[in-house]
Write a protein that binds this ligand. Sequence first.
Ligand SMILES: Nc1nc2c(ncn2[C@@H]2O[C@H](COP(=O)(O)OP(=O)(O)OP(=O)(O)O)[C@@H](O)[C@H]2O)c(=O)[nH]1
Length: 228
Amino acid sequence: MREEEVEVAIKVVVVGNGAVGKSSMIQRYCKGIFTRDYKKTIGVDFLERQIEVDGEDVRLMLWDTAGQEEFDAITKAYYRGAQACVLAFSTVDRESFEAIESWKRKVENEVGEIAMVIVQNKIDLIDDALVHTTEAEDLAKKLRLRFYPTSVKENLNVEEVFRYLAGKYIERLNTVIDNETSTQRIGEGLIHMDSPNHSSDKNTISLQAAKKKTGGKKSVLTQRCSLL
Ligand SMILES: Nc1nc2c(ncn2[C@@H]2O[C@H](COP(=O)(O)OP(=O)(O)OP(=O)(O)O)[C@@H](O)[C@H]2O)c(=O)[nH]1
């Protein structure tokens, strides 16, 4: 396979207490459907969707993890390799809001710091709210994360959540690639130290102009992404 054909694939885990709407959110985003039935997720499940971000084809693999604590041991293993995370709670479930920081810790214990957002789902039920949006905004500020109120039912803001995470991840990736390129450039310059033409003066380091980056599409391997 040529390098140009390699696509960006991002593993996104969606976490939060039971019944906050994680499975519904993934179904809405990947299949465009919403169901009223509640079927508790056992362990994990995953769906995917392809989108374009800044001219890049991005494959989002959305991992739906069980919100019930009884499945913690199973779900933790699936956080590994995740590059982005949705921390979800429900407008009508105070406990799910209070659990957000603990979900963040659980994920970070497995994968370190990755792109994250806080999502307040079921915003359509605002009249029965047990969590005020301002409280959620304050928490997001404190944790320095982006906050999105969503309604999976009304299809409000769901696209935006995943687009933001994909963009954020690509931004980080580009920074890493740029840093790697600069390191390589310095490396190229140092070659002159040992080249026969310069051996007479070993104290002189002659830096060579670095090769220009090609303007074509940037390509990244998934495996490489997991190093972030
Ligand atoms: N009113 C309203 N109901 C929603 C919304 N999103 C999901 N639901 C409902 O909330 C219930 C729970 O949704 P799920 O998606 O199964 O919840 P979950 O977080 O995956 O639950 P676990 O699998 O136990 O972790 C279902 O009955 C959904 O129809 C929403 O935006 N508004």
